[in-house]
Write a protein that binds this ligand. Structure first.
Ligand code: PLP
Length: 373
């Protein structure tokens, strides 16, 4: 059997990882400023993370959601404490799209409305409801086109206000920082006004923090820079440091109804052990502060470079836009300088490194980046 060919691949076989480095099968060592697409939060094969998962696997890997799972309770308690939403409730699933799918569904169960307001260039996933609120037509099959989504211009509060005042919208979904679109930050004032309009019109505000959350921006959630609270928050990627897991954080005014939401694998014992280890490491190693310090440093240094058109980001979610296509430069960085970066569109590098990136590693990147520019 052959693999279904849906991803363009680099000719590389990564077989080992350690901290901010990965290694291929020929023994080459690469600095990982991509984090497997924002997934690696505490670093590859962190010893405490490996130990916690190994211990759990030796006890119990999986049992169903029909019995008490104390690890889920421990995770909920630790996450609530660290993320600034201690009174919210937690629903655990397996992927980012699944988190958004459940959040949009929960909002619609809650207020009985059908329409969803999303933003131009948004990416929220590839399942049926999430691809319908993703502004990339090529990802949407005819069966996904429900007609329930309106795409608003990003940061345009007047447009949003006019739509939401119809009171036809169940929810608004917005990324804490738009990732796939090329790292675009919603204005703090825009988010504040959006929060108010949602409250006034009975519309549920969903913050998709799948890429921008879990400490990456230098705060636990990127929307916390605006000082607002969302009704539902979705997380994935960094939550398990590579172990597939995701979650919806739910305002306590939402009523849980048996049967409406469910999952076989979500919140299983192994996934919880991974997610608890991540939060323990965040606390012990001050990784969110590190993301802010190293991120601020990288952004300010990158802004000094002459050939760079614009640098956008907060903490360790950074977009570097050039005036020209980056493909060749990115390939050179990877194969000659042994540095992994992400890309978006034709002209933007995307940096999404592990949150434990050091200043020396940031400097190493800056030097190599200057050379390839
Ligand atoms: C902002 C955002 N939302 C949702 C998703 C979908 O997550 P997943 O690929 O885990 O389904 C992604 C993935 O890149 C994302 O960046």
């Amino acid at each position: 059997m052959k693999l279904f060919d849906v991803f363009p691949l680099f000719d590389l076989n990564i077989v080992k990882g350690e901290g901010c480095y990965v290694y291929d099968d020929k023994g080459n060592k690469y600095l990982d400023l991509y984090g497997g697409h924002a997934v690696i939060s505490v670093g590859h094969t962190h010893p405490y993370y490996v130990e916690k998962i190994t211990d759990q696997l030796n006890k119990l890997g999986f049992y169903s959601n029909s019995v008490i799972n104390k690890l889920q309770q421990e995770l909920a308690q630790k996450l609530g404490e660290q993320c600034g939403y201690p009174d919210y409730e937690l629903f655990l699933i397996n992927s980012g799209a699944e988190a958004n799918e459940n959040a949009i569904k929960l909002a619609s169960f809650h207020n009985g409305r059908k329409k969803v307001l999303a933003f131009r260039k948004a990416f929220h996933g590839r399942t049926s409801v999430t691809v319908a609120v993703t502004d990339i037509p090529a990802y949407s099959a005819p069966v996904n086109q429900s007609g329930n989504t309106t795409f608003a211009p990003f940061n345009d509060i007047e447009f949003v206000k006019k739509e939401l005042e119809t009171k036809e919208y169940s929810s608004v979904i917005i990324e804490g920082i738009q990732g796939v679109a090329g790292i675009h930050i919603p204005h703090d004032e825009f988010l504040k006004q959006l929060r108010d309009i949602c409250t006034e019109t009975g519309t549920i505000l969903i913050l998709d923090e799948i890429q921008s959350g879990y400490g990456r921006s230098g705060k636990f959630f990127a929307h916390q820079y605006a000082g607002i609270e969302a009704d539902l928050i979705t997380v994935a990627k960094g939550i398990g440091n590579g172990f597939p897991m995701a979650a919806v954080l739910i305002n306590p005014r939402f009523k849980a109804v048996y049967g409406q939401l469910g999952t076989t694998f979500g919140g299983n014992h192994l996934a919880c052990a991974a997610a608890i280890a991540v939060l323990d490491i965040f606390k012990k190693e001050n990784l969110i502060e590190n993301a802010k310090t190293i991120g601020d440093y990288l952004i300010s240094e990158l802004k000094k470079l002459p050939k760079v058109k614009e640098v956008r980001g907060r903490g360790l979610i950074i977009g570097i836009e050039l005036d020209e296509p980056i493909k060749e430069k990115r390939t050179k960085l990877l194969f000659e300088e042994k540095i992994f970066t992400g890309a978006t569109g034709t002209n933007v590098f995307r940096l999404l490194p592990p949150l434990c990136l050091t200043k020396d590693q940031a400097d190493l990147f800056l030097n190599k980046f200057k050379q390839i520019l």
